[in-house]
Write a protein that binds this ligand. Sequence first.
Ligand code: DGJ
Length: 376
Amino acid sequence: MKSKDILLIVLLFSSYFAIAQTAYTNFKPGEVWLDDKGNAVNAHGGGFLVYDETYYWFGEHKESGKMGAKALVGVHVYSSKDLYNWKDEGVALSMSNDTTSMLRKGCVLERPKVIYNKKTQKFVMWFHHELKDQGYKAALTGVAVSDKVTGPFRYINSMRLHPKVYAKNFTKEQQQIASLPLKEPVKPNHKGFAGVHMIRDFETGQMSRDMNLFVDEDEQAYHITASEENQTLLISKLSDDYLSMTDDYVRVFPGETNEAPAILKKDGKYFMFSSYTTGWNPNPGRLAVSDNMMSGWKALENPCRGSEEEKKTTFHSQSTFVIPVIGKKNTFIYVGDRWNSKDLGDSRYIWLPVEFEDGIPFLKWHQSWDLDFFNK
Ligand code: DGJ
């Protein structure tokens, strides 16, 4: 046999194994998930966009080991037709080498979410942004835009929310208290007057850490974020082009400690998965419901069913998104991160089918499952 033929056979074999390796037909929550190139999918705190009958998965590209908490690469994007097999589409938003850039390498960029604006035909990304070497103090939300779904996204800016504007549901009484001079320094107040943070940040704007986006059936987009030292959620309406905030916003669950919000809508009701705040460690899952994004949110029970340990840790995960399955009405997948604080780059993904009882979502552990689950 000629050496050319041998080379051809070797090439054929290796490409066969490369394909076989990534031809997934089911989900295995918590296991390493390889992309089309045979690398572990690197898209943490992810957000999903359905565009042109294709799923796009955007997430934090995390380095291994101690550097995992810092953004050194940017937002990684993958595409898939079937939700099992993901094609590496590269870096959608890159960190900057320019030391004067807000988005310089080494800052914190978490939980990127991308939505498509039908009017402007632009893809808009929002993300949690912290400035380099300032820990989680800046508490900003950032925005970037692209003409193409996979990028490159152009960074626009990062901001605190709603300076000098009270939330629509900040009561008259709270506004009166807010108008009195504050005793300095204002200490974070976890149990007492659940407006103290908001007053403290009134001039400079409200904090924004864990965040998510939700586009409603009428194309109105909402920005949902953990604010006021993660004590209170803020839900804000985005502008028509999705590139900025309107000042139409509300405080949800003031003083009740929520992170990691992720919304699904079913039969006219909005459900929100979220978590408590324990850094990279998991905690009990939370669920809330409302008939309206901007009012009436009610807390429900922990959505997790299973052992005490599973309920206490949300199956060792923290919510990041709920994927609506293409072509299947009322069919959703819970997506969570199983953070590995010792090696953030090796954090895994927990995907579980969202099940319903009496119209209320719940989650159960599945070692391995596929989309046929929804036909049963
Ligand atoms: C929990 C958040 O949900 C994560 O996105 C990240 O910010 C960690 N805290 C950092 O400790």
